[in-house]
Design a protein around this ligand. Sequence first.
Ligand code: BG6
Ligand code: MG
Length: 216
Amino acid sequence: MIKACIFDLDGVIVDTAKYHFIAWKRLAAEFGYELTEAQNEKLKGVSRMGSLELLLEWAGVKKTEEEKFEMTERKNIWYRALIKEMDSSEILEGVMPFLENLKENKISFALGSASKNSNTILEQVGLSDCFEAVVDGNKTTRSKPDPQTFELGAEALHLKSEECIVFEDSQKGIEAALRGGFYAVGIGEEEVLSKAHLVIPNFIGLTFENIVEKLS
Ligand code: BG6
Ligand code: MG
């Protein structure tokens, strides 16, 4: 029986990929590399250091561990300046009614994100007190596709993985959910997230009951 939902943050609750793109693009430009939107897609769900490592690999640039640390810090300063401008209007359409529907039906829900900026984003958009548990990049030691983020979320809700639905927009996140034994619902395009149990374009017009029906 499905008793709870675990939501990824970036790309599921809000669209922050556009801000990550601006900041990574600025960093890449420093070593003469032009990051494309298609490459930015591949960074979805990937940790901050993991993203930099991919970027350096694409550009064929080598950096020391110290330099890499400094680069991720700088990128994060630029990114934080952008997210500090966010407000509740950036919550993706359909999300608030869906969360309200969960509350009405007494379905628990948690956040499971790779981002170390999760709490800042939740504060900016007015959702700080909304989730029963928040598992972010500060609480995990293993990145998606490892299921640790979602496992900690289920644990905080005192539930088993097979009792929770994970909502994810990235392939790595869907893989993490599946590896952990969760129901995996992809938010986005079927071709990209085909491994998920179910793919929906967004939450518009959907209820918890609708999702459970589609999963069974
Ligand atoms: C994920 C994003 O949610 O968080 C990635 O999809 C990002 O693009 C990762 O790199 C880490 O985020 P942050 O905020 O800790 O740099
Ligand atoms: Mg995401």
